[in-house]
Write a protein that binds this ligand. Structure first.
Ligand code: FES
Ligand code: FES
Length: 184
């Protein structure tokens, strides 16, 4: 019988406490235990980036992180970006610029792009291509993906939206949300 260990994690502002096998990967915690299937699995080699989420505000490939390593952390998945039926500006930009074909890579691309724009809100095309090089698109739609990220960056410049906050602020915001939700 395998022993399970407790993991407390805040995902998209919602606190969770789950019992997991020590070997469980974060991507499987998100998909199989929490039902957040927007985070995809596209490889078994840590190469494709389809599983990218934010862990304490930083983009990580969730197939390279054990669920137990997320204990006490705040995770944001692609499901945490939209505001109800209102798409996040990055999602809008991908839509407007035709930055997806089959869409399999898209959640990871968007989460990686959000992290890129947090660190560099006004990237050059070359910087976007470099920043997304850990994410693969099998439909080879890179050109429009880069256009989408650059279009989203224009929105930051125009003040219509702001990228996700730095890691510590992200954690604190998630903790605040979690305590509000627990106290509700
Ligand atoms: Fe994580 Fe491919 S599934 S990098
Ligand atoms: Fe199909 Fe990228 S849109 S893998």
């Amino acid at each position: 019988m395998s022993s399970r260990v407790p993991v407390r994690v805040t995902v998209n502002g919602q606190p969770h406490e789950v019992q997991v096998e020590p070997r469980l990967l974060l991507v499987h915690l998100l998909r199989d235990e929490l039902g957040l299937t927007g985070t995809h699995v596209g490889c078994d080699t840590s190469n494709c980036g389809a599983c990218t989420v934010h862990l304490d505000g930083e983009a990580v490939k969730s197939c390279t992180v054990l669920a137990v390593q997320a204990d006490g952390a705040a995770v944001t998945t692609v499901e945490g970006l939209a505001d109800g039926d209102t798409l996040h500006p990055l999602q809008e930009a991908f839509w407007d610029e035709h930055g997806l074909q089959c869409g399999y890579c898209t959640p990871g691309m968007i989460m990686a792009a959000a992290d890129l724009l947090r660190r560099n809100p006004n990237p050059s095309e070359e910087e976007v291509r470099h920043g997304l090089e850990g994410n693969l698109c099998r439909c080879t739609g890179y050109h429009n993906i880069v256009r989408a990220v650059l279009a989203a960056a224009k929105g930051i410049e125009a003040g219509t939206w702001a990228p996700p906050p730095p890691a510590r602020e992200g954690v604190e915001a998630a903790e605040e949300l979690a305590s509000e939700s627990l106290g509700a």
